[in-house]
Design a protein. Sequence first.
Lengths: 404, 365
Amino acid sequence: MVLTGLGVVSSIGFGPQEFAAGLRAGRSGARPISVFDTTGFEYANGCEVVGFDPTEWLRVTDPADLGRASQFSVAAARMAVRDAGLEESELAGKRGLVSVGTTDGEAVDLEALLETSLNSGSAAMDGQTARRVPATMLSLAIARELGLSNVSAYTIATACSAGNYAIGDGFDAVRSGEVEFALCGGADAMCRKTFAGFYRLGTIAPDCCRPFDADRKGILTGEGAGLLVLESLDSARARGARIYAEVLGYGLNCDAYHQVAPNQESIQRCMRLALEDAGVKPHEVDLISAHGTGTQANDVTETRAIRGLYGDQPPRTISVKSMLGHTMGAASALGAIACALAITHGFIPPTINHRSSDPECEIDCVPNESIEADLRVVQNNGLAFGGNNASLILGKYSEKELVS
Amino acid sequence: MTTEPRLVITAWSAVSPYGIGRESFVDGIASSTSTVTELDQDLWQGPTSRGCLVPGFDIREVLGAKGTRKMDRVTALVVSTVGQLLADGGISTGEDTALVLGSTMGSAQSIMDFTKDVLVRELPYLVDPAKMPNSVMNCAAGACAIWHGLKGPNTTLAGGQAAGLMALDYARRLLIHDRAAKVLVGAAEEYSTERAWLDRHSWPAETPDRVLGEGCAVLLVETADQAALTGGRTPLAEVLATESRVYLEGDPTKVLIACVQSVLARAGVRADEVWAAVPSSVGDRGRLESGVVRSLFGAEVVDRVPTGDVLGDTGAASAALRIAAVLSVAEHSPEAAGRVALVTSADRYGTVACSLLRLADPASS
């Protein structure tokens, strides 16, 4: 099972080329939040998507019929299909899976409806806005726009690991032969209620996100979408497609412990499940793209889980959230795309904004500057509220290692 | 493609307008009585005065005071349904047990209640941090995992009215790829004031006889081999095939027919072998779906199992509750043994799904 197309909507660039260049340069997406009113917050930086025009990406749907997250989702899907060198009409003739992970769905629209309701009464809510709300739209909008009827369209709502959940399910569906392709990933649009919630918990950084840093102050909320085209190696080779990386396996589990606090033992078990599924030994892993939110609790717990599994010399462990902020349901999908690009182009994206390493986080986070590296096996972590952990393993695709 | 292991349903439970637990559901479906009630206007200030609610569903009375202080209604529906199922069958949980839950958006009420504090408090961040998890769509599944010790894959699917069937297909993939030994597959929807308003504004032209309902149904699904290994669990039905598709234009008819034909073909079942076909029949879209299924299988087959309208529009829970209805009817129908049942769903947003089950034949096991 291989990745042949990548679509990106992010605060540091659109499309795989721009995104790869941003990752290599260590570009920061942080800026003062403009997508919602930040009055009353002492500080409000976030990683917004700037300059996104939905009309560039929508052909059959009126942009007003889709929320911002669904618009991101469609744009990234269309980019991924194009990047894979596929015609949309060609895909329509195949059985497929569309799967999009999300945390908040169209919570922006729900807030708008609530505002109407508070100001003018519930009877005054707007129907078009209400119809945009169900999260199932994030995947159905892709099917509708790309003209795909013979697909299962799933929206996976497992919060901040949902992107990995979606990619994992795509992997299983392609692997068992029940679909010829999977178009999967994650999407979220920044919303005020999530910002306020994390702010209240004291986990929004005042300036920027510094994962694994001794002075880290928390996350920056972000937004965007990452969608990937997954197909069998046979299918990719038959059409001469470029292969970014192989999907080797994944692991899912649930802490069943606490809705919010991460659990070291359970995260460790999730990563172990992923390695076992991929048939990979810990020493074969060259890089971990951590969940790495930049909160005190996450970074210590995740680092300990990594050391618990990998021992005293764990692979380099980076956090792309230092650049992208926490893009919620899109986070692990964008992380997986970053991993695929790192494998393809032979570099390790840095953990930016780094000043002094936290002795409690004993890993090499590749501070501030990307480095050249030949990556063979990479792990991408996604952790979430609800204890929904998901870890994905990607490998370098190498023609000569094929057993014919 | 290797031969897939056979998947069987070995236990189920439901919390619905017929009451809490399997028996009340079986009895309710047998009676087919309407569950529409006048709502207490002090509690429910929605656009209509009627609904199909789980009677007496007070969260603290049903689940106790401990751990329920911040629990919302949909979470409580899921926690109590799964609790009923596990207790009925004396089923153990742990790392090998997955939960796959279909939903529309978790609790619209919780999300909006949490957001309300952002809008009305003197400072926008004076939200209740303990209720933040309730504002995320996977709250019910995560809370249910904590309550019942479910440490396997824990997946929330936002799938609208077809969510239960989509969850069943997702669970199949978990099982055949050995990601869990058994999966609790279900779907849930709560009645709430905010849901009722969103529904009213989304579908203003809908005929007024559609009443919102609520409930949760959960099935225990495992491989036939695993069920045999455990000794005590007898298959109630085999899941022959499940599929979902997307209709791109306004009318789901063609895609629904294609989807039905596809699962029949995949299962090697002829249309005339289908003993019961159970479409949604709620509202305008349900009537359309029901008409299509009736044209394919005839009135006798469609009328064997009371369709969802007796429970109102149960949203995401609808298809899962109809699988429970099939199993309920089969329990009292000796002629159902070994026969095939089809459950369909045409969601208003664009999903069509159907699932084909073969009811167990106690004589042959």
